[in-house]
Design a protein around this ligand. Structure first.
Ligand SMILES: [Zn+2]
Length: 60
């Protein structure tokens, strides 16, 4: 399995692992994209627009 580079789209930090809670994954019914849970403020986001845990504490 190819390793995905996880980049925070807010601060640009490379994340070693998915932010905690982002193991919650849904499939967007319209686009077929996988959406990752990014916390209460950010909601579900695509893999190329993930937000690290530090940024999740701020307003998305
Ligand atoms: Zn960040």
């Amino acid at each position: 399995m190819e390793k995905i580079k996880l980049l925070c789209c807010k601060c640009g930090n490379i994340m070693e692992t998915l932010p905690s809670g982002s193991q919650d994954i849904i499939i967007d019914e319209e686009t077929g994209e996988m959406l990752y849970w990014n916390g209460q403020k950010c909601g579900y986001r695509t893999i190329d627009c993930l937000v690290c845990e530090k940024c999740q504490e701020k307003v998305c």
